[in-house]
Design a protein around this ligand. Structure first.
Ligand SMILES: *[C@@H]1O[C@H](CO)[C@@H](O)[C@H](O)[C@H]1NC(C)=O
Ligand SMILES: *[C@@H]1O[C@H](CO)[C@@H](O)[C@H](O)[C@H]1NC(C)=O
Ligand SMILES: *[C@@H]1O[C@H](CO)[C@@H](O)[C@H](O)[C@H]1NC(C)=O
Ligand SMILES: *[C@@H]1O[C@H](CO)[C@@H](O)[C@H](O)[C@H]1NC(C)=O
Ligand SMILES: *[C@@H]1O[C@H](CO)[C@@H](O)[C@H](O)[C@H]1NC(C)=O
Ligand SMILES: *[C@@H]1O[C@H](CO)[C@@H](O)[C@H](O)[C@H]1NC(C)=O
Length: 444
């Protein structure tokens, strides 16, 4: 019994395989490409060299990605191109990593992956990572399906198409760190749920409306240290985060309702430097109705922000779901009593944490301090009083001197009449007249 069983389990498949090999060479896969290899863990590793520096990843045909691939690691190539549907059939795939690549194109649906018959977050998901690369394009629907993590760091993304990241399932982390985004189209991140969304460092020129569109973030939403030229209205359409942190960003212009964000917890807007904060820029923040009814209003904290162009209406907020706490707001405008007047109502509500630029000493001082020392009818007119006082004193002095001089001259005139010596008194007008009179008398 044992003999034949063994023969069936081991020898027969070997024989079949041998026959298959001898009859038809299997088509080469990317494992056979000069730039790539496949390791014993069935990972496809393309570590480019100078001679072989381009890789194209395709789903079928010669040099396709092998269907057994559990990972795709690409390092140091000059050009990498993911064709559409490259990973669709790779059921063992868990990991796609691109690093140090100078030119990456990810076609439409190239990283769409939902290999399991039933959609469930319990199925294993992909990790997609891009580091230190220039990505020329991430096409529409490029990344879809069952994804655990997306990490893009120290990279340049030249074109991010609509729906580039959409219809994702079971996402835990999206982390975008120190990237430069050149051109972002609307709805780049569309309709999915993630545990955390973190955008940290780097530069974004223009964030269009619906950059994140209908994205659910269930834990942390954080935008930190990013340099942004223009943040459009409704740029972030996000709901459900338990914690919202918008910190240390440099924003040139922030439109009204830039963050349209329904939070489940407190919202912190801290240490940002904004040049122009348009009317209603913070008005898009609100709180989830369930949280509101159970835990009440949540706090919107404005701490240590510096804003150059703003009006009190820039700070209007949703009063029915949030309470505002201002723990430091520097209005980057020279202090003046008119400015204080403009902010009077806000100050009444918020106390002494709104500051203005005090030019005499080159630092920010709190508006109330300024008001106490400089504003009010007498303080404002102080210098006028001083100037008027000085003028009065000068006039009085001038009058006094005039009379003294006149008095002196009168004395001299009397002297002259007594001793009419023309040469001694030549310098006075009075004297010249007298001299002519003398000449006349001598002629006679
Ligand atoms: C590729 O090669 C470089 C240099 O030989 C090495 O440092 C790097 O770890 C390799 N990458 C992979 C993924 O094997
Ligand atoms: C980043 O990638 C470029 C190629 O695009 C490479 O020349 C450079 O050495 C990489 N930098 C690091 C720190 O790996
Ligand atoms: C505040 O933001 C600036 C950049 O605008 C950053 O350099 C600094 O470290 C931040 N401070 C804190 C305490 O986060
Ligand atoms: C306040 O903001 C300024 C300017 O952005 C920054 O330099 C400073 O470190 C911040 N301080 C704190 C305590 O965050
Ligand atoms: C204020 O927040 C509540 C609760 O989230 C929301 O129902 C309402 O529409 C918001 N008001 C405005 C004007 O957005
Ligand atoms: C404050 O305004 C001046 C000029 O108006 C500008 O140069 C400076 O960068 C501004 N500071 C901040 C922190 O925005």
């Amino acid at each position: 019994m044992r003999g034949p069983a063994l023969w069936v389990t081991y020898a027969l498949p070997a024989l079949v395989a041998l026959l298959a090999c001898s009859t038809a060479q299997p088509a080469p896969t990317l494992c056979d490409d000069d730039a790539c290899r496949c390791d014993p863990f069935t990972r496809l590793i393309c570590n480019c060299t100078r001679d072989y520096d381009e890789v194209t990843l395709r789903p079928d045909g010669p040099y396709r990605v092998p269907s057994t691939a559990s990972g795709i690691v690409i390092d140091g190539c000059s050009r990498v191109h993911f064709l559409s549907d490259t990973i669709r059939g790779l059921i063992h795939l868990r990991n796609v990593e691109i690093r140090n690549v100078a030119h990456v194109v990810i076609n439409e649906r190239a990283l769409a992956w939902s290999p399991f018959s039933r959609d469930s977050e319990l199925n294993p998901g992909l990790r997609i990572a891009i580091h230190n690369s220039t990505v020329n394009e991430i096409g529409s629907h490029a990344v879809q399906g069952r994804v655990d993590d997306i990490t893009i760091t120290n990279s340049r993304i030249s074109n991010l198409k609509p729906f580039a990241f959409s219809s994702l399932l079971g996402v835990k982390n999206i982390e975008l760190g120190n990237n430069i985004f050149d051109n972002i189209e609307i709805q780049a991140f569309k309709k999915f749920s993630t545990l955390n969304f973190v955008l940290r460092g780097g530069e974004i020129g223009f964030i269009p409306s619906r950059f994140l569109s209908d994205v659910e973030v269930t834990n942390l939403f954080r935008v930190e240290g990013v340099t942004i030229e223009h943040l459009s209205s409704l740029a972030y359409l996000v709901h459900s985060p338990k914690r919202v942190l918008i910190e240390s960003n440099k924003i040139d212009t922030m439109d009204g309702d830039g963050f349209h964000l329904v939070s489940q917890g407190p919202i912190t807007f801290r240490n940002n430097s904004v040049k122009t904060l348009k009317k209603g820029a913070l008005f898009g923040f609100s709180v989830d109705l369930d949280v509101l009814s159970t835990f009440g209003r949540q706090e919107l904290l404005l701490d240590n922000n510096t804003v150059t162009n703003l009006m009190p209406s820039s700070l209007i907020f949703n009063r029915s779901s949030l309470t505002l706490r201002v723990d430091g707001l520097n209005i980057n405008v020279s202090c003046s009593c008119a400015l204080a007047e403009q902010w009077r109502d806000m100050l009444k509500e918020q106390g002494g944490i709104i500051s203005c630029w005090y030019e005499l000493e080159n630092h920010f001082i709190s508006l109330p301090t300024y008001v106490n020392s400089r504003c009010g009818a007498f303080k404002q007119n102080f210098w006028i009083y001083v100037v008027v006082g000085v003028i009065l004193v000068v006039i009085a002095a001038a009058i006094t001197i005039f009379f003294i001089v006149k008095h002196e001259n009168e004395k001299k005139k009397k002297l002259q009449i007594v001793m009419p010596d023309g040469k001694t008194y030549r310098e006075t007008e009075f004297h010249i007249v007298v001299e002519r009179a003398e000449l006349l008398t001598t002629d006679l």
